[in-house]
Ligand binder design. Structure first.
Ligand code: KG4
Ligand code: ZN
Length: 361
């Protein structure tokens, strides 16, 4: 039996979790996520300095709570996995240094984990899916499609050329005066709104390249909102519904390109899998649209439960376990420096402006 403590502090969640693995059967023993949303709400976005301080104050307690709810003491942990990037440097330093201290004190291995790899491998923990598969990662800092071939073997097939999708939701909410974080607010406001009232653009729709773009959509929303101002509740509902409609249409059009490429690459796989992860995967309209797309293209859609879609430490512990078992833990982990920028696919050149907000995932 292997028990791994995971630590995640790359953005605005202080998280710790314990997972166990016995004879290939993995189990989440605890998964504690302390959100800093209230600390940042007044600023309409994550303030790096506030985030770093909040991690310092909360992390020890969050780790203690994770051990407590797993009913384990620190001495019963076999390895420690911590997010080492990408993300806000202050938070990464807090989490990784804490993990190093625990690993050094216990004399147990430390596995520095790429946060994106945590998102990429979660569906193997929740649904036991096999390699290879396609990952659609949609969060506040990243929007990309990754071809997942194995542990540590990732190819980015598509990415946003400007804003991340979650960022587009957050900015839309902000300019409509809806509360932070914007995604859930926009989704809620869209209920009952008219998705056809505004013909917002569907950026890159129909183009051969597989990438995403959302900044033009956000600009169109701003223009419409300022022309209509002052906005009534119905206007806000209609803008949100029309925005979401544009998002789902352009998203599914873009994703379809990579599904086709996956089928060409792996023609022997009978039921290929598309995994959707990241905070935006909580959006019901997006899930429904992806469901329909998978239905028509013969893909199986796997969406981890919402508490494992957004940032959490169970996914970091799991990625650490996968790395440990694949023999991919580094020799000098205690000397591993945090990496604010750390693409999953180091071979792919970064796209201009691709989802760079706070470098979070
Ligand atoms: O993965 P995540 O928890 O954190 C990182 O970005 O790393 O994702 C947060 C993002 C935010 O931009 C938030 O507005 C968006 O996910 N989000 C949503 C929804 N819930 C969260 N976007 C659209 N619809 C939602 N229901
Ligand atoms: Zn994330």
């Amino acid at each position: 039996m292997t028990r791994i403590l995971g630590i995640e502090t790359s953005c605005d969640e202080t998280a710790a979790a314990v997972i166990s693995n016995e004879g290939g059967k993995a189990e989440i023993l605890s998964n504690v996520v302390l959100s800093q949303i209230a600390d940042h709400a007044a600023f309409g976005g994550v303030v790096p300095e506030i985030a770093a301080r909040a991690h310092v104050e909360a992390l020890d307690g969050v780790i203690a709570a994770a051990l407590d709810s797993a009913d384990l003491s620190l001495g019963e942990i076999d390895a420690i996995a911590a997010t080492a990037g990408p993300g806000l440097i202050g938070g990464l330093i807090v989490g990784l240094t804490t993990a190093k201290a625990i690993a050094a004190a216990l004399g147990k291995p430390l596995i520095p984990v790429n946060h994106l790899e945590g998102h990429a491998l979660t569906a193997r923990l929740t649904d036991g899916i096999q390699f290879p598969y396609l990952l659609l990662l949609v969060s506040g800092g990243h929007t990309q499609i990754v071809h997942v071939e194995g542990v540590g073997r990732y190819q980015r097939w598509a990415s946003t050329i400007d804003d991340a999708l979650g960022e587009a939701f957050d900015k839309t909410a902000k300019l409509l005066g809806l509360p932070y974080p914007g995604g859930p607010s926009v989704e809620k406001a869209a209920t009952g709104g008219d998705p056809k009232r505004f013909a917002f653009p569907r950026p890159l729709k129909g183009e051969a390249r597989p990438d995403f773009s959302f900044s033009g959509l956000k600009t169109a929303v701003r223009r419409e909102a300022s022309e209509l101002a002052p906005l009534g509740e119905d206007d806000i509902a209609d803008i949100c519904a029309s925005f979401q409609q544009a998002v789902t249409e352009t998203l599914t059009d873009r994703v379809a390109r990579s599904l086709a490429r996956f089928n060409e690459t792996h023609c022997a796989i009978e039921t290929p899998t598309l995994v959707v992860a990241g905070g935006v995967a909580a959006n019901q309209a997006i899930r429904t649209a992806l469901d329909a797309l998978c239905e028509t293209t013969g893909f199986r859609l796997v969406a981890p439960p919402i508490r494992l879609c957004g940032d959490n430490a169970a996914m970091i512990a799991w990625a650490g376990l996968e790395r440990l078992e694949a023999g991919l833990d580094p020799d000098n982990a205690l000397g591993f420096a945090p990496r604010p920028r750390w693409p999953l696919d180091e071979a792919s050149a970064p796209l201009f402006g691709a989802g760079k907000r706070g470098a979070k995932a």
